[in-house]
Design a protein around this ligand. Structure first.
Ligand SMILES: Cc1ncc(C[n+]2csc(CCOP(=O)(O)OP(=O)(O)O)c2C)c(N)n1
Length: 690
């Protein structure tokens, strides 16, 4: 059918196929469907035009898909956007944000008023350029960087299966739907995500691919000739190709997808900018307003006579009815939750709220620290982390671990942890495979889903492979914990490709990310506690491969790492001439340098700096007290200097790396690159002489 034919085919009444269908909003007639879809198109055209920026093409092209999904399949209730058993809808193609905003408005999310739609892309509106989680009720994740949403959705689908295995399908039984564009599927992260989803047989994950054959530069033929259906099939998905403007075909495909024992791809052939007479089907409607003339002509073509931002009452009512159809389902769910065994219900609610079992955590940390006070350990901080995890994962069942194929090196799997697999979703350890980016995005999805605190592992140098997802976790304020081991040249023989140099600085540059680099076993458990308690942002635990002496002796009831930096060893005479600052594996070097200086009658103190972000967040007076007033400040860290000036001042001396590492046993490397107690002491002496 041509486009006008489709629009005129108003009399086709669809068969009832939806398994989750609305009270009073069953399958619409073709005419009704078209009107409802056109409401999305009109709002998208008008909002983009008013903002003079944005993307009308995707919302107009995907309006039919969205209408079928939201009116007949998606389980949601605008009256309770955070209802735990709602289906998740992820607009991975975040540039098409007006699609989501139009849907939220039309289905009756209270906060998404027509005024917010009119303020599309304006400061402080609920309709920012790309959907932002935590800003707009109904937005499940922040999208915009293409491919991330697909990765998040895999994590959401894993979380759903895991929690269903624990709490039962009466309480946890929902689907995750994604709308993905060509760009989403061209991004490399999508391969990691779909391969993992296929392997784990996440059959409640359904990707609707807006297969419009257009991206910014023009027809996809310029850049891509992948057969997406075969690509997904080979990753273990069911995959079909349909006409994305045919509501019956969309409904039938969704119906089939819901019955599949594998995740599903529905490649929906669509016309970008559907309805725009001269720009539809071209990149011209991708990223700029259509213009007044084109909009007027589109209104005529779509048979849409309502003025800008106005939705005819009858159409609005149908959309509102679609928005209300989830309420009985939600109320029934609430009844089932109320009928649950009281302990189980309390646990479900605790986990959903993201509240830690504070007492159990406090006891676990204290017990571990007592043990270390009684019997100090000289082990790598990655091994210390494993020790910590043995206790912590026992106390916190919401912790789901993992590793990107470096389990034995990252020490993230405890003895008790079973693998999470397609055969057993109750497992608590995920073998992510060599898929760091997919892993980090899936962790974001798990945290966003709720009920889970995801942590996982890779080498610190591969934080670069996770960075876009870590950045989004920080932006969304998600508690996601990255264990990143082999955190310096201290990893030795693997050489410069594996030795992080600029990574600590690069990670510290991400706002709202805690980079925690403990110096010994005691700091490691304290840093773990801080990461777990950080319920408004992600953390990276940078851990050593090499053994480190235990520097904290005795038992501290409090968490000394909580202030980000603290005096580990004071000056013998109380008034230090030199302050030595260090993090992680270099704290022991600072301690040795202090002894060398003492031998020359120079009093020095050692300040351990496990976390810049926590330190820099302290009030100025507290920071000043920790930094102290020594004549000379010296910092030592086996990375680049960048960032340290905020602590030691630009006049301070820095001992660290200025270029890439090398392949050799690590002790030789420390000598070669001059990261030794002698160099640190010399740096202090040189500064003192000037
Ligand atoms: C990682 C990333 N790279 C680049 C962009 C810029 N960008 C926004 S949309 C887009 C491609 C648009 O093509 P497609 O995904 O097919 O969307 P459609 O044109 O169908 O709306 C690009 C490159 C982005 N948002 N994210």
């Amino acid at each position: 059918m041509t486009m006008p034919d489709r629009l005129l085919a108003a009399s086709t009444v669809l068969a009832e196929t939806a398994s989750f269908s609305a009270a009073g909003a069953g399958p619409a007639s073709r005419a009704n469907h078209d009107h409802m879809a056109n409401a999305i198109r009109a709002l998208a055209m008008d909002a983009v035009e008013q903002a003079k920026a944005g993307h009308p093409g995707l919302p107009m092209g995907a309006a039919d898909i969205a209408t079928v999904l939201f009116t007949r399949f998606l389980k949601f209730d605008p009256a309770d956007p955070a209802w735990p058993d709602r289906d998740r809808f992820v607009l991975s193609a975040g540039h098409g944000s007006m699609l989501l905003y139009a849907l939220l408005h039309l289905t009756g999310y209270e906060t998404m008023t027509i005024d917010e739609i009119k303020r599309f892309r304006q400061f402080g509106s609920l309709t920012p350029g790309h959907p932002e989680y935590g800003h707009t009720p109904g937005v499940e994740t922040t999208t915009g960087p293409l491919g991330q949403g697909v990765g998040n959705a895999v994590g959401m689908a894993i979380a759903e299966r895991h929690l269903a295995a624990l709490f039962g399908s009466a309480i946890v039984d929902h689907s995750t739907y994604v709308l993905a564009s060509d760009g989403d599927l061209m991004e490399g992260i999508s391969q990691e995500a779909i391969a993992l989803a296929g392997h784990l047989k996440l059959n409640k994950l359904i990707v609707l691919f807006d297969d419009n054959g257009i991206s910014i530069d023009g027809p996809l033929a310029l850049t891509d000739s992948v057969d997406q259906v075969r690509r997904f099939e080979s990753a273990g998905w069911t995959a079909t190709r349909i006409d994305g403007h045919d509501p019956a075909a969309i409904a039938a495909a969704l119906e089939a997808a819901k019955k599949s024992d594998r995740p599903s791809l529905i490649a929906c052939r669509t016309t970008i900018g559907f309805g725009a007479p001269t720009k539809a089907g071209t990149e011209k409607c991708h990223g700029s307003p259509l213009g007044a003339d084109e909009i007027a002509a589109a209104r005529a073509k779509l048979n849409w006579s309502a003025p800008a931002f106005e939705i005819p009452a009858a159409i609005r009512e149908q959309w509102r009815a679609a928005g209300k159809r989830g309420q009985p389902t939600r109320l029934a769910w609430q009844g089932r939750l109320a009928a649950l065994d009281a302990n189980k219900r309390a646990e479900f609610e605790r986990r959903t709220r993201g509240a830690l079992p504070a007492e159990a955590l406090g006891e676990a940390v204290a017990a571990a620290k007592q043990k270390l006070a009684a019997a100090p350990k000289e082990i790598a901080t990655r091994a210390a982390s494993e020790l910590a995890l043995e206790t912590l994962t026992a106390a916190l069942p919401e912790m789901i671990g993992g590793s990107a194929d470096l389990t034995g090196s990252n020490n993230t799997r405890t003895k008790a942890m079973k693998a999470l697999s397609a055969a057993d979703y109750s497992g608590r350890f995920i073998h992510y495979g060599v898929r760091e980016h997919g892993m980090a995005a899936a962790m974001n999805g798990m945290a966003l889903h709720g009920g889970i605190i995801p942590y996982s592992g890779t080498f610190l140098v591969f934080s670069d492979y996770c960075r876009p997802a870590i950045r989004l976790a920080a932006m969304m304020g998600q508690r996601v914990i990255h264990v990143m081991t082999h955190d310096s040249i201290g990893l030795g023989e693997d050489g410069p490709t594996h030795q992080p140099v600029e990574h600590l600085a690069a990670l510290r540059a991400i706002p709202n990310l805690k980079v925690l680099r403990p110096c010994d076993t005691v700091e490691t458990i304290e840093c773990w506690q801080l990461a777990l308690e950080s319920d408004n942002g992600p953390s990276v635990l940078a851990l050593s491969r090499q053994n480190l002496p235990q520097l904290r002796h005795g038992f501290d009831a409090g968490n000394r790492c909580a202030r980000g930096a603290y005096e580990l060893i004071g000056a013998a005479d109380g008034a230090a001439t030199v302050s030595l600052f260090a993090s992680g594996s270099e704290v022991a070097i600072a301690v040795a340098a202090q002894k060398l200086l003492a031998a020359r009658n120079i009093s020095a103190r050692v300040i351990s700096v496990p976390c810049f972000e926590l330190f820099l967040a302290l009030p100025e007076a507290e920071r000043a007290a920790i930094v102290g007033r020594a004549n000379v400040n010296v910092a030592v860290e086996a990375g680049i200097r960048q960032g340290w000036d905020a602590i030691i001042g630009s006049a301070g001396a820095f001992v660290g790396m200025t270029g890439f590492g090398a392949s050799a046993p690590y002790k030789e490397l420390y000598q070669h690159f001059g990261i030794t107690p002698e160099t640190v002491a010399d740096a202090a002496l040189t500064r003192l002489r000037h």
